[in-house]
Design a protein around this ligand. Sequence first.
Ligand SMILES: O=C(O)[C@H](O)[C@H](O)COP(=O)(O)O
Ligand SMILES: [Mg+2]
Length: 303
Amino acid sequence: MSQPKFLSGDKAGIDEFLDRFDVFLFDCDGVLWSGDHMFDKVPETLEMLRSKGKRLVFVTNNSTKSRADYKKKFDKLGIPAEVDEVFGSSYSAAVYIARILKLPAPKNKVFVMGESGIEQELEAEGVPYIGGTDPALRRDIEPEDFTNIANGSLLDPDVAIVLSGLDFHMNYLKTAIGFQYLQRGAKYLATNIDSTLPMAHSFFPGAGASGAGLEKAAGQTPVSFGKPSQAMMDAIEGKFKLNRSRTCMIGDRLNTDIQFGIDGKLGGTLAVLTGVSKKEEFLAEGAKTVPSAYVNAIGDLLG
Ligand SMILES: O=C(O)[C@H](O)[C@H](O)COP(=O)(O)O
Ligand SMILES: [Mg+2]
């Protein structure tokens, strides 16, 4: 496998690389920002790409925010972007449930193990849900709950799907309820299963970690609709009418972003070293996932 091209400081190399693509799929956490701290020259870099006639799509696995929430975050950070340019894992999962799975009502309800972003996107797609940010579930399990969960009186008979995402409020009660739904035959889906979350210039448990208790108990792995899932790539191709050979995925994580672009047979992938993955991982002899090129930070694309 050929070595990736290092583009930081290489103006000619950057120009040649950018000229190969019409569309850039931008990962968010670890590329544009770490939490609410935006990396240097992000607005200027996006502006430069738009001035070259490039189309941008923001493809994030972070399911805690909806596309509308992301638009607010972009605006707050002064990053030029439209809500229709955002394609998050919550939206990806909600579109799949509503338009592909299309379970017949009333047995089409979703038990959400995650934050408001998932609830908003399910709502927008007309998919009924319970759980999520419901304050009634943010409590310790009580002795009588075990009986009421086991006999079904604490469960909703219309729940057909358990949807797991990054959950900052996971607890035993929600995991026990999700487990019982799976025991009763509910489908097990996830917005994404990233192991870690880049935040505050450090790392924290990610969506895959917050859902690990249920996965371990159920002995099942959820079907994930975040990167590197090609269901997400197909949905993005359909919505934005992509020419995959003229599309580049830009991301900080090898096993989600770069794998997503490689498996999607995109024209190229660009790794950015401000997030999860380190260059040693893809420069190593025999590395499984190798980007086409890489930069220290996204602002380096300004040359
Ligand atoms: O644990 C997670 O959910 C992920 O770390 C996080 O959301 C990644 O977001 P992305 O880098 O895809 O924007
Ligand atoms: Mg990222």
